[in-house]
Design a protein around this ligand. Sequence first.
Ligand code: ZN
Ligand code: ZN
Length: 205
Amino acid sequence: MKYKIIPVTNFNQNCYLIWCTKTFQAALIDPGGEYKKILIILKKYKLKITKILITHGHLDHIGAAYILSKILDIPVLGPHREDIFWIKNIKLQNKMFNLPCCKFKNNIWLKNNQNIFIGKINFHVYHLPGHTPGHIVFFNKSHHVIISGDIIFKNNIGRTDLPKSNFYILKKSIKKILSLSKDKDNIILPGHGKKTSIFEVKKLI
Ligand SMILES: [Zn+2]
Ligand SMILES: [Zn+2]
C-alpha cells in the first residue's frame, strides 16, 4: 500500500490518493476541492482509480467528489447515511465554510463493519460519529493504517462546535479508534495536518 497527500481548499484538507502496489488500483479519499489540481497529480501517477471514498459530509471533504466521479467515471462511496443533514445543506455549507458551490451525489452510503477493497488492500469501515453524525473511519489492519477524517489530528481532536456534532459521542469514537491498536502502533492519517499514530494520541489524551 502507498499513498500521496494532496492538500486542497483553504482548509488544507488532506485528499488521499491510496493505491495497491500489486494491482495499481487506487482510490481517492475525501477529494474536498480543487479537482484540476487532483487531476494533474493523477496523470503523473498513472494508476487505475476505481472509487472515491468519503469520511464525512463537510464541504471541505466532498467538494470535488461529484465532478471527479463524472470525469473519471467512478462511484462515490460514503459517508454514512446519518450525514444526510450536511449533504442536504450544501448551500448552507457554502456560506458557513466560504467554499465554492458544488453538487454531491454518492452511489452508496457506507455502513459500520463493511469492507472496502482497493485492489488487494482491505479497509474496514467504522461508523464513528461525534464530529458529524455519519462520520466514517477506514482501517487497514495488515498495514496498520487508520484514515481518521476529522475525528483526530496530530495535536488535537475534532471540532464539536458545529451543528449536529457532539463532544461526548466524539470521545467515545476516539476511544474506539484507540482500541484498534493493542501492542502494535497504527499510523493515523487525518483529514488535516500531519500524520500521527495511536501511541502519540494516547499520550495526548
Ligand atoms: Zn469536518
Ligand atoms: Zn475537515
